[in-house]
Design a protein around this ligand. Sequence first.
Ligand SMILES: [Fe+2]
Length: 443
Amino acid sequence: MPRTIIPKRAKLYVAAVISAAVLALVLSTQLDPQLEVGAPPLGPVLTFLFVGLFLELAEHHLAVSATGSIAFIIFLAAALVFGPTWGAAITAASFIGAHLLNRRPLLKTGFNVSQYTLSVLLGSGIYLGLRGEVPPSSLDAALLPFGAMVVTFFAVNSLAVSGVVALSEGRAFREVWRRNTWGLVAYDVVASSIALAIAVLYSRFGAFAVAGVVGPVLFLRHIYMVNLQLQSTNHEMLDLMVKSIEARDPYTSGHSQRVAALGRLLARELGLGFGDIDRIATAALLHDVGKMYEEFAPLLRKESQLSPEEYQLMRSHPIRSAELVGTISTLRGYVERAVRHHHEHYDGTGYPDGLARTDIPIAARIIMVADTVDAMTSHRPYRRALPYDRVTSELSKYAGQQFDPVVVRAFHSSSQIRLLVANNQSDSGITTEPAATPVVRLA
Ligand SMILES: [Fe+2]
């Protein structure tokens, strides 16, 4: 198995997080009022510890990457029931047990245990600071301090994780944080409210309540995971279909995947919602799928310029693509419209419907830019790929005519897009020899 090389600054960062967790734990043993009450009964402590351990291990076997573990619900509940220090101890013990059983690397284990312990300690410290009751006897009284506890927990957790990812992969912190946190916030907030329910039920009915709540949660979690798996299979099927169509033409191979990746980044840079970003990436992936019809095959193979009639026929490909996309019920509407209008120009001179400005769906305006950028940065037999600076100047030149100026601005302002375009250029087999025969292709 290849070893991952971790940069020195990432190791220093991990060491700092581990030190902060140890320091917080020492401080907690001095300040935690629950410790004066005495040690909690062993049975309930072990129940929380083993349920936490079980959830961590279950997560490992499900292995769907889009979400984090739900063991945090138990860790938050443990801190609510036993106070910060015991909550942190249960968190650390569950994590160490799960990581050892899963044979995770030592550095990863140290970091994860520390950042989770730190998140629990700071979160429950805030809870106590806001006069939260340990254990909470009612939902009403605990709601406000618990809300602050959850915000603190996720703030520390996501900042710590994004920090180490940014340093390890050499990426901008803000982008990593947005990518890892965005879209999961609502899920995490809803899931964490279960911790309060567990704590209140525990104070009324004892440790059995923990198992009683965890069972249904795991079941719902399973359904959610199956759903995610289905979605990812659908995406992979679409990918496979597009790849098999593009495999016939070496010059467009990988084009749709690159347009989808760029479209996704542009949509994110424009601040669009999680669902829209996904739909735009799907539309970008499928934007030229109608070219698989036999009527376009001779035009795509033709090496000389298209005749006016052929050109006119080629202009019908967005309509054919949209018709095909519309046969899949989940893609009707938003994705279908984005595909149909991906050759509309901002000033109304495009096709097939001559739409202008905001009458063109934002998804189509994004695909127009992503599609053109990929065409400019890919090798063609008749010209070399254009450098990034030339691409930006071309986009600026035609902003307001072919392109939506807002989308062009988003392109200019994202460092991640600059990186992606540079990578695409190095992957596209650019040669310095201009070919002799021009080939006219519509994107
Ligand atoms: Fe097209």
